[in-house]
Ligand binder design. Sequence first.
Ligand SMILES: Cc1ncc(COP(=O)(O)O)c(C=O)c1O
Length: 357
Amino acid sequence: PALDAFPRKIWARLAARAARATQAVDMLYPSPAGLMALRVEVARYLQLSRGLDCRPEQVFITSGYRDSLNLITRTLLKPGDKVWVEDPGYAPTGALLREAGMQLVGVPVDAEGMQVEHGLQHAARARAAVVTPAHQSPTCVALSLPRRLALLEWAARQQAWIVEDDYDGEYRYVSRPLPALKSLDRDDRVLYAGTFSKVLFPAIRLAYLVVPRSQVQRFEDSARLFSGGAPALMQHIVADFMAEGHFARHIQRMRRLYAQRRTLTIAGLEAVLKAHVRIDSPPGGMHLLLRLQGRRSDRVLAEKMRQHGMFSRALSECLLTPRSGVAPMIMLSFTNIDSRRQASELGRRILALLEPS
Ligand SMILES: Cc1ncc(COP(=O)(O)O)c(C=O)c1O
């Protein structure tokens, strides 16, 4: 997230709370499922912004996406279960599932997102699928409506679970944010994982998981066993921040800011790198994709950039099964680039690292 557009009201509240005397409530452990005031606010927010109809009891507050995914595997899956994951995909998803003993089924991604048909052909009896439908991580494409419906139909037929990782669905620049996959879920097969890391900031360590109605009791039992609960103080502050309308305003403000930064970053980079890269401007998300022209290695460039203090990741680093023939691409965050000049400067630093094609 952008450092210069930090939601300062959160720190102000923290400071005000710290200045007050310790209260009796501070002597209690927080509920493992989360603070009810925050669960109420999250449910209300999801209804309004993501078209998702859920009760506060279905919302579990966690300390991040991994915590949410861990809770899911502990509650609904067992070692040896097959799970579809996007390929390329978000590496921590695969790593965590593998560590939990799941058998990963890599499902390729194209311009419409996860190729559901491939999953059906190769592992129709899988127990679960993990997807990033709003902006596929890392390619940023949206899962098309026919694929959404096919995935939901498979899950209903197979009694399988779908995990919707909606880490940055709020940030869409060409239209209103797409409704969540969960909003189409008539059979209650989708577990919806959201996070405050992108819309607020990662250090806040708060995320949420919406579970099917039929599974609330099981998740309560799991949360009691596996979760120590997220810090109550931060949950109180975020609940107030949402209830008073600051959260919705913050997101709108960031959407405008990021749309501007995305445009000026593309212009600044293209001015310098045009002959060497093609820049895809995805309709949403927080990073650009730089397609390297010629036979360059994205992995080598990403590694060099990191050595020179620029954070980037190569598409080939996100492949579950390394393979050739995948277009070399670099992912580059634009959220902290605030002028075209700064973008061109970054372009020049990248240019200096490009090997001849
Ligand atoms: C694909 C994806 N899922 C989830 C997350 C959020 O993780 P967390 O809640 O642990 O910050 C991220 C953060 O970068 C992400 O890229």
